[in-house]
Design a protein around this ligand. Structure first.
Ligand code: NAP
Length: 294
């Protein structure tokens, strides 16, 4: 058996991210057996139709029994119930990992529920789209993107290595950091941009009807890009903000101060200040393109 291959992988939740991982496992033959768990019959039917798993079930415990790797790929609000359901059936030495967009809360919620001898390796593949469900997934999603693992200080080194190797096989660059740092970085790179997009699209939605139709018509002026982000899954994003409250509020405070400064610059006609900021931000875009993250 190659060190990379898992005998049985349980995917608890098989939407955009879970199904993309299933496609990688299938493509590269990384799992002897894939068991997928979701709640809705329609999701399980889609998984069968797409051939993403060897077995499907609506019970998390049923999926996790005898699994070497249990990968939780559901919204964060489902974690506690899933942890309680799978804890009694996890085999000694099993690895429990996840793909959630917030990490501190995951560690706090899952760790106390898991029996001794089961290894928790929290993770976050920083890749995705605004779409949901198993049909939306694709194996190439992870290619050249970063995967952040947030191992516990007393975590098992071998389990960390195996999860890292899996994401590397999916084409990701793997980095480790502590959960709190992850949550701060993602608050500014991902969570705040989503909040801003939700706000702008929400504001446009509340405009009077005549203006609203013009917004749609002329959306290519910039609004359109926000609507893509604001089309992201409502449940997933509700959970992100509820679980990363502190870091998001801190970044939002800084953002609000900067926005107020911009407001002032516009009011007082301080073009040099505006131009200086826009020049700096343009350089950020260039460095993202150079880092192949565009
Ligand atoms: P998704 O496409 O909406 O899929 C969610 C899956 O979880 C579905 O299969 C759903 O099953 C299942 N599920 C929900 N509650 C469940 C429960 N209580 N028990 C068992 N299964 C349950 O979501 P996603 O975009 O893949 O996101 C999943 C996770 O990945 C989230 O934690 C998110 O933070 C993280 N993430 C997302 C992105 C992104 O761009 N979307 C990127 C990185 C990380 P049903 O279909 O039966 O409801």
């Amino acid at each position: 058996m190659s060190a990379l291959r898992f005998e049985r992988v349980a995917l608890i939740g098989i939407g955009l991210i879970g199904s993309s991982l299933a496609r990688v496992l299938r493509r590269d033959g990384l799992a002897g057996e894939i068991v997928a768990c979701a709640r809705q019959a329609a999701t399980l039917d889609a998984v069968r139709r797409l051939g993403l798993a060897d077995r499907v079930t609506a019970e998390a415990a049923d999926a996790a029994r005898d699994a070497d790797l249990v990968m939780i790929c559901t919204p964060l609000s489902a974690y506690a119930a899933i942890g309680r359901a799978i804890a009694p059936v996890l085999k000694p030495g099993a690895i429990v990992s996840d793909v959630g967009s917030v990490k501190g809360a995951v560690v706090r919620e899952l760790k106390p529920l898991l029996p001794p001898g089961v290894h928790l390796v929290p993770g976050h593949p920083v890749a995705g789209t605004e779409h949901s469900g198993p049909e939306a997934g694709f194996a190439e999603m992870f290619h050249d993107r970063w995967c952040i693992l947030t191992p516990l200080p007393d975590g098992d080194a071998d389990a960390l290595e195996r999860v890292g190797a899996l994401w590397r096989a999916a084409g990701m660059k793997v980095v480790t950091m502590d959960a709190e740092h992850h949550d701060k970085v993602l608050a500014i790179t991902s969570h705040l941009p989503h909040l801003i997009a939700y706000t702008i699209v929400g504001t446009a939605t509340d405009l009077e009807d005549t203006l609203k139709s013009e917004v749609i018509k002329f959306s290519a002026g910039g609004f359109r890009d926000f609507t893509r982000i604001a089309a992201s899954d409502p449940v997933m994003w509700r959970d992100v903000f509820l679980n990363n409250r502190e870091a998001v509020l801190e970044m939002l405070q800084r953002f609000t101060e900067d926005l107020t400064a911009l407001q002032r610059a516009i009011r007082w006609g301080e073009g040099d200040k505006l131009q200086e900021l826009f020049t700096r931000t343009r350089a950020i875009r260039r460095s993202i393109i150079e880092a192949k993250q565009a």
